[in-house]
Design a protein. Structure first.
Length: 90
């Protein structure tokens, strides 16, 4: 979760990666694969689920939409987990 200097991470990406980290989606991954996991997760969402970023940006300020956001994040993270291999070389 370390951001590069002068390279701030958008809030929606922060929310997603913190959610993944605190809800067990990376628990079984080796530490050395976590940076690649984060990069590939963002690319996966950019190419296949770009609407999630907009959903996090717009619905994130509406407490009534929280369950919808969580459901979307769970779906995308579960789908990504099926394709991510911690042993692959970046």
């Amino acid at each position: 979760l370390k951001q590069g200097q002068y390279v701030p991470l958008p809030v929606e990406k922060q929310v997603l990666i913190i959610y993944a980290g605190t809800n067990g989606y990376v628990d079984n991954l080796p530490i050395e694969s976590l940076q690649r996991y984060e990069r590939e997760l963002y690319a996966f969402i950019d190419t296949r689920h770009g609407g999630l970023w907009e959903e996090l940006r717009t619905k994130g300020t509406d407490g009534k939409k929280f369950d919808e956001i969580v459901a979307s994040m769970k779906k995308v993270l579960a789908e990504f987990a099926k394709q991510f291999s911690p042993d692959a070389k970046a």
